[in-house]
Ligand binder design. Structure first.
Ligand SMILES: Cc1ncc(C[n+]2csc(CCOP(=O)(O)OP(=O)(O)O)c2C)c(N)n1
Ligand SMILES: CC(=O)[C@@H](O)[C@H](O)COP(=O)(O)O
Ligand SMILES: [Mg+2]
Length: 621
């Protein structure tokens, strides 16, 4: 086994070239076996095994810097930098992250998780290096999907004037999570499918490799390409910006990759190395269905079937059915995704209503202003987006949607703790950042029924910006006996007693009810309220509750600052009535990876901790 020889950083450099292919195969087996047990981003990682080996051989880490865009494809890099033994704990609480983390290894040059940041960060490193007169290489590795994100172009625009070396490896597998879309993806596909161009490239690395470096390298590159203008037209996008272009290179040929990277290293300026890879390579199931294996829960290696499928439908699938049902009746309803049709549940909509479905690429900012434009034009856009990715579009929500009070519906999935993806993906800030924007309405359903009704309310009753936020995973199917009509700014009372009132937001209603039962068993009187609207809050009800309860408890899966509890307690403090207020929320902090149950416990928002905290405050009253 060659992988047995890879235990610490640099071990890969001790191998002989005839061992590279076998190492790649062994790494693939290792990844398939481990990820089948832990879950993780399998398909993207299987695609970059040779590319990662080549990068580690062509560069001198950690002096040289590799920045992985999104970072979901960094598993081979982790194996080659002494973290092979940590894969049993991948994405588990206290275990190794699924993304690059500077605090995990000094071989991880930059933390990532959200898309399209690597060129900006890489260029930052380059300019920092040059300002300080240092000498090292910087390589940003960006996927073709991530290249649909606006930040990448802002960075390329900036990098075009660079006079020193900066390598951008474009890992092109023609896939985002789903099939990649848009003009740039068509351009890349044109380059990939040009046979004569590929033949030419087979020899290019060899010939350029022999030319001395610096500006002579650039002019040799330009001269060769000028002679081939007709067949290399597609890459003019980069070259006319002043960014050199090498490729496409077969991303599964380690030695050719090394040669090309060494050529790239000698160019004065920014250079794109276009590498063609196959997502899911080496595992038939993932090659056939790379979207399914992009991020996968534990699965059976033989069949590829996911183990422990959820019993209830997920919130995403409830949303999926609900929007399709509403869009059947109302031709103005359209759906927008920023490259997440599967995750957000919009795939069915895309098939039923292809003319009203818009996958805009990994472009949350654009998606938001695009939705604003559609609403201004008279359509009813629903932008389905993960909570943490919507963070990108704060200004567009404020400037383009809310100032104009446009009727845009934000279907915010993965709101609350998401678990294994960790800090970068927890959806725990949306209540805070949306609450601060005037004209925004925020609704959080307690169960599947209420998500459907909430969407109906948002599209049929409401007129203005509105966000529905719901968590990752299985929908709550309890509380079907409570189906009070949805009215703007009205909460729903589930149990009305006195003494302690629990006001819970969305996913926390279920926990609130469990706590209520426990407190009742101790002989306490407890009201339970389903908040429904986080903005505007139900001031009338909160005043009423304040009159006959000595303790008001708020529960939410969001950070404390700017959240629901803060708004409720602030309101109560402004009145003459002074029940005690207890805000139970997540700490104002980033929350690492781990199972949601463990993270809830750690944060003190599980049933045991909530009961304990309520009892201890109640005792003081
Ligand atoms: C801002 C943001 N939006 C959405 C995502 C979700 N996401 C993660 S990976 C990915 C696709 C990336 O495609 P590509 O860069 O081509 O990498 P591949 O998986 O194909 O290697 C998407 C949409 C994200 N991480 N960040
Ligand atoms: C890397 C990334 O951003 C996505 O692949 C994300 O991990 C998907 O999360 P879900 O598994 O919740 O769809
Ligand atoms: Mg891709």
């Amino acid at each position: 086994m060659i992988l047995e020889k890879i235990n610490k950083p640099g071990d890969v450099k001790k191998l002989s070239p005839i061992e590279y292919n076998q190492l790649a195969e062994e790494i693939r087996d290792f990844l398939i076996n481990h990820i089948s047990k832990t879950g993780g981003h399998l398909a993207s990682n299987l695609g970059v095994v040779e590319l990662t080996i080549a990068l580690h051989l062509a560069f001198d880490l950690p002096k040289d810097k590799i920045i992985w865009d999104v970072g979901h494809q960094s598993y081979t890099h982790k194996i080659l930098t002494g973290r092979k033994d940590q894969f049993d704990g991948l994405r588990k609480f206290g275990g190794m992250s699924g993304f690059p983390k500077r605090n995990e290894s000094n071989y991880d040059a930059f933390d990532t998780g959200h898309s399209s940041t690597s060129i900006s960060a890489g260029l930052g490193y380059v300019c920092s290096r040059d300002c300080q007169g240092q000498n090292y290489s910087v390589v940003s590795v960006i996927g073709d999907g991530a290249l649909t994100g606006g930040m990448a172009y802002e960075a390329l625009n900036n990098a075009s004037s660079l006079k020193t070396n900066f390598i951008i490896v474009l890992n092109d597998n023609a896939m985002s999570i789903s099939k990649n879309i848009g003009g740039v993806s068509y351009m890349l596909s044109d380059i990939r499918s040009s046979d004569s161009y590929i033949d030419f490239k087979e020899n290019l690395a060899n010939s350029l490799y022999k030319i001395p470096g610096g500006s002579r390298m650039v002019s040799a590159l330009k001269k060769t390409k000028n002679n081939l203008k007709q067949i290399i037209l597609p890459n003019q996008l980069f070259e006319s910006m002043g960014i050199a272009y090498l490729g496409p290179v077969n991303g599964h040929d380690t030695e050719k990759l090394i040669k090309t990277l060494k050529v790239a290293k000698r160019i004065n300026g920014a250079v794109i190395v276009h590498v063609v890879t196959q997502k899911g390579r080496g595992y038939k199931q993932a090659e056939r269905n790379p979207s399914k294996f992009h991020g996968i829960a534990p699965f059976d290696v033989k069949t590829g079937n996911v183990l422990n499928k959820p019993k209830n439908p997920t919130y995403s699938s409830v949303f999926s059915d609900a929007i399709c049902r509403l869009a059947k009746k109302d031709k103005k309803i359209c759906a927008i995704t920023a490259a997440m049709p599967d995750g957000t549940g919009l795939t069915k909509f895309s098939k039923w209503f292809p003319d009203r479905f818009f996958d805009v690429g990994i472009a949350e900012e654009h998606a938001t202003t695009f939705a604003a434009g559609m609403a201004a034009g008279g359509m009813k856009p629903v932008f389905a987006v993960y909570s943490s990715f919507l963070q990108r579009a704060y200004d567009q929500i404020l400037h383009d949607v809310c100032i104009q009070q446009l009727h845009v519906v934000f279907a915010i999935d993965r709101a609350g703790l998401v678990g294994a993806d960790g800090e970068t993906h927890q959806g725990i800030f949306d209540l805070s950042f949306l609450s601060s924007i005037p004209n925004m309405t925020i609704f959080a359903p307690k169960n599947d029924w209420e998500l459907k009704e909430g969407l109906k309310f948002a599209l049929e009753e409401h007129n203005g910006p509105i966000a529905l936020r719901y968590p990752r995973g299985e929908a709550c199917t309890d509380f079907h006996e409570f189906k009070e009509e949805i009215v703007l700014a009205k909460s729903e009372i589930l149990y009305k007693e006195k003494d302690i009132a629990i006001l819970a937001v969305g996913s926390m209603v279920k926990l609130g009810d469990e706590v209520r039962k426990r407190l009742k068993a101790r002989g306490l009187n407890v009201s339970l309220v389903n908040a429904r609207f986080v903005k505007p809050i139900d001031e009338k009800l909160i005043l009423e509750l304040s009159m006959n309860h000595s303790l008001i408890v708020t529960l939410e899966e969001n950070v404390a600052s700017g959240g629901y509890g803060r708004a409720v307690c602030q309101m109560i403090n402004d009145t003459k009535l002074k029940p005690r207020c207890l805000e139970i929320s997540l700490p104002d902090d980033y929350i690492e990876h781990g199972s949601v149950d463990i993270l809830m416990k750690e944060a003190g928002i599980d049933v045991d901790s909530i009961e304990e905290r309520i009892l201890s405050v109640h005792k003081e009253i």
